[in-house]
Ligand binder design. Sequence first.
Ligand code: GUN
Length: 288
Amino acid sequence: MTAQIIDGKAFAATVRAQVKEQVAHLIADHGITPGLAVVLVGEDPASQVYVRSKGKMTTEVGMASFEHKLDVDTSEAELLALIETLNNDPAVHGILVQLPLPGHMNSDLVINAINPAKDADGFHISNVGLLGTGQKSMVPCTPLGCLMMLRDHHGSLSGMNAVVLGRSNIVGKPMAQLLLGDSCTVTIAHSRTKDLAAVVRGADIVVAAVGRPQMVPGDWIKPGATVIDVGINRIDKPEGGTRLVGDVDFDSCAAVAGAITPVPGGVGPMTIACLLANTLTACCRANG
Ligand code: GUN
């Protein structure tokens, strides 16, 4: 069997087009331009790439983009003061503080200073609690993008066995909550899980979010299962140079799976599309 490729790039383009259309309506009919503020502290190269890409996509859908680049030595108090300003700025509907933050900052404190209604990432403790109890919340972008692809591919996920590899607050835990909300039987596996291969072999849906290049081999995958690869890892090519790979070994998994997301072009583009969708949602809720 050769897996169907789930084209996240094309799906994300469709989501962005829908967001763009609704933004145009908001501007034309209500004079409201949704705005997203992205805060980057320091000069982490990967974070700089993400932030640039987010800003570009934000303006492409017609939203206002506010970028705040702070020096790596910025104090936590200064960052908290900026967040307070953004919380009170009516032109800002979504706020994202790029992670990781420099070591002298308490990320939990910073994230929880964001107005939960403007928390475009869905990382605020209030949104985590709302999601965990099945209430209306801001939903973290990467797991939301994964869920949208799964729903699009399968229709209903009810009763499926889902294994989430990784227990991060950003992906693993919210992903498990979302799958549970769609009536999957959910297992969260991690570095201490015993007989990981056997656990993964029981899965109709595998979501890999461990940050370890090509960790999941094809012989762990149940024939016909759907594999969602959240990993973005840069590895050396034998002939020199580098390339991006996911957390699953694409070729061997694609030979067994029913469907699989590629890296790049799978989950990554969906994450930014969902960030824009979250900002639009926040703007609509703020304006009744
Ligand atoms: N760093 C890596 N992924 C993310 C994300 O989804 N949101 C934020 N704010 N920072 C990140």
